[in-house]
Design a protein around this ligand. Structure first.
Ligand SMILES: *Cc1c(COP(=O)(O)O)cnc(C)c1O
Length: 375
């Protein structure tokens, strides 16, 4: 017989977030519909400006989603079809997909065992004369050690494109993720730290030339209607999303602060449990905890995950299969054992619920359930 869980804890709670901004959004939407300027226009311009300013980047170009943003960043930086782009094996598939989409070849690097961020040593080994770009991923709301990739980038003349989809507001030595490379792509997928009401994303750069090129490519290769300079694509931010994003951006620092408080409370509640490895903040980093990923023994993982879900706790795995072991990327020719840290993480990770409106009693319930499952 199934018992009813004592509590339900979602992985993210978008309803609580939405309740805070509902009035503002309704007013903004009314204005959008009154103007019927649905794509581009003042709401989009205003959001782009305030996001760039908030981040400390010169330019923000709103686009259709985070995947497009990364592809546009690569193309705008002049990365050519046939070239190699280095990215971590432990990431969401989109990081690899964008390289395939622009005709490049994803070359993988492993991650460091402590933070699961791209390992500069592994990048150095993977780099070669055909490496036109390095694509560090600011995974889980941390910032990758980009400064340790600079020597490799310089040596091969590669550009650095940050995958900043999970890191809105994260900092490394006082500078925000998304401002540390030649360009960055970020995602406003609803579940991200800054989420739209549908798909949306942005390219960030401090280069006017790259920004111009992103605008050109994202709007059918044209600056003047029907004058198409290059084959481009259609990937634009719409006004409805800009309204939602502007309302949430005003609260993002406070929401990130609440995520940090939640992460620190998990740290307290879960310390000293045998077999449990907690996430740790790297030196110089201020994390924004997009994901709170713990590691348990591989042999226990599925059982622990079932115990959590059975207790009404929506835990997840980010990510169950590293890029090189997916069917989509079998053609790269890698195999099991090639990226041992990423493979080990994939077998042991469990993401616990984390979001700004997570309550302390919910965290206590998650921690107690997890501790019990590991006993
Ligand atoms: C979400 C995400 C993306 C893609 O963003 P979309 O908006 O879903 O296209 C890319 N990289 C990482 C690491 C992500 O988490």
């Amino acid at each position: 017989m199934k018992t009813t869980p004592a509590m339900r804890v979602p992985l993210v709670d978008l309803a609580a977030q939405h309740a805070e901004v509902d009035e503002e959004i309704q007013a903004g939407l009314k204005d959008v519909f009154a103007r019927t300027a649905f794509i581009g226009g003042t709401h989009v311009d205003e959001f782009e400006e305030s996001y760039a300013q908030w981040l400390g980047s010169r330019h923000c170009i709103g686009v259709g989603n985070g995947t497009d943003a990364l592809e546009l960043a690569l193309r705008a930086c002049g990365v050519e079809p046939g070239s190699e782009v280095i990215l971590p094996a432990n990431t969401f598939i989109a990081t690899a997909e964008v390289v395939s989409r622009m005709g490049g070849r994803p070359v993988l690097a492993d991650v460091d065992p402590k933070h699961l961020l791209i390992d500069p040593q592994s990048v150095q080994q993977a780099a070669g004369p055909n490496t036109q770009a390095l694509m560090p991923v600011h995974l889980f709301g941390q910032t990758a050690p980009v400064e340790q990739l600079e020597a490799t980038a310089r040596r091969f003349g590669s550009v650095m494109i940050e995958d900043a989809a999970q890191s809105q507001g994260a900092e490394r030595f006082g500078r925000r993720a998304g401002t540390l490379g030649d360009a960055a792509g970020t995602s406003f997928y609803p579940g991200k730290n800054l989420g739209a009401a549908g798909d949306a994303g942005a390219v960030l750069t401090s280069s006017a030339v790259i920004a111009d090129r992103v605008r050109l490519l994202s709007d059918h290769g044209s600056k003047v209607k029907y004058l198409h300079e290059v084959p481009g694509m259609n990937s634009r931010l719409d006004a409805v999303q800009a309204v939602v994003l502007s309302a949430k951006l005003a609260r993002l620092d406070a929401w990130n602060e609440r995520r940090r408080a939640a992460a620190s409370y998990y740290g307290e509640l879960l310390s000293g449990i045998a077999g449990l490895v907690l996430p740790a903040t790297a030196e110089g980093n201020t994390d924004v905890w997009h994901i709170y990923a713990v590691r348990v023994p591989a042999a226990e993982r599925n059982r622990v995950l079932e115990a959590l879900t059975g207790a009404g706790i929506a835990a997840a795995i980010h990510y169950p299969v590293p890029v090189h072991l997916t069917a989509a990327y079998a053609h790269l020719g890698y195999g099991p054992g090639d990226f041992p840290v990423s493979e080990d993480a994939a077998a042991r990770l469990i993401s616990l619920p984390i979001y700004p409106h997570l309550e302390r009693d919910q965290q206590e319930y998650v921690a107690a359930t997890l501790a019990e499952a590991l006993r």
